[in-house]
Design a binder for this molecule. Structure first.
Ligand SMILES: O=C1C[C@@](O)(C(=O)O)C[C@@H](O)[C@@H]1O
Length: 257
């Protein structure tokens, strides 16, 4: 099957399975904890950092959020920032903001120019997805539409439909993170990732969570997953492995292929 995927760049670097980006999440609940994480993480030189802002206790204070983003940028000026407020429904932390306040905050974060990529979930309201797609585009921010399932791996067609839906919304990247209960789940995730190359045009980020799923974090790029999440300081999902290990495995695989 021929590869249809479009080229998407973040700060001039192509997001594709040929050069998988290693992304490290920051999950501190306040400024001090995040700065501690940053101090450790920056020595490990990830390709991307994800601020999982749903963990942040001052998420309802726009000014403090903006200050925190500037702080992250100051600590790691050369590393692109992915901004995520993961919803509780999809495995995130409980937050005090209503959905409309959260969407407004995300739009302001786009306007601030302090992030490079925004993540929002496909389960959200169509009008919110379309609004954030527009806002991110207007400010040259890449837009990820994502789907998470912390219980199981859904059927092949459910996963493939997520990528197609993200494409219809005009996302830049589609992402699915699903739990593996058995090795067959890993095979299914890799198969759908591989096949999607010929059916959707946008780059994919796919992973299985859990112990078996950690395999996909190491070699999912061979099948077309463009970003893999690893531990810099603390893990944000089951089955993530330390960035040092991820980097070594990826290098070995790339050398041997
Ligand atoms: O969506 C993802 C992927 C993830 O859930 C994982 O399984 O590595 C980790 C999250 O921090 C991130 O937002």
């Amino acid at each position: 099957m021929s590869d249809l995927r479009k080229i998407v760049k973040v700060r001039g670097r192509e997001i594709s399975g040929d050069h998988p980006h290693i992304c490290v999440p920051l999950i501190g609940k306040n400024k001090l904890e995040i700065i501690n994480e940053l101090e450790n993480v920056k020595q490990k030189k990830p390709d991307l950092i994800e601020w999982r802002a749903d963990f942040f206790e001052d998420l309802d204070d726009r000014l403090i959020v903006m200050e925190m983003l500037s702080e992250i940028h100051t600590h790691m000026p050369d590393t692109p920032i992915l901004f995520t407020i993961r919803s509780e429904k999809e495995g995130g932390q409980p937050i005090s903001l209503l959905e409309e306040e959260k969407v407004q905050l995300m739009a302001e974060v786009c306007k601030s120019g302090k992030i490079d990529i925004l993540d929002y979930e496909l389960i959200n309201e169509k009008q919110d997805i379309e609004f954030l797609r527009e806002e991110s585009k207007n400010h040259d921010i890449r837009f990820i539409l994502s789907y998470h399932n912390f219980e199981s791996t859904p059927d092949y067609s459910v996963l493939m439909d997520k990528y197609k839906e993200a494409e219809l919304y005009g996302a830049d990247i589609a992402k699915t993170a699903v739990m593996s209960q058995k090795l067959d789940d890993v095979l299914l995730l890799l198969q759908v990732t591989h096949d999607a190359k010929g059916l959707v045009q946008l780059p994919l980020v796919t992973m299985s969570m859990g112990n078996y799923g950690s395999l996909t974090r190491m070699f999912g790029f061979v099948f077309g997953s463009a970003i893999t999440f690893g531990i810099g300081e603390k893990s944000s999902a089951p089955g993530q492995i330390p960035i040092e290990d991820l980097r070594s495995v990826i290098e070995i695989i790339k050398k041997s292929m």
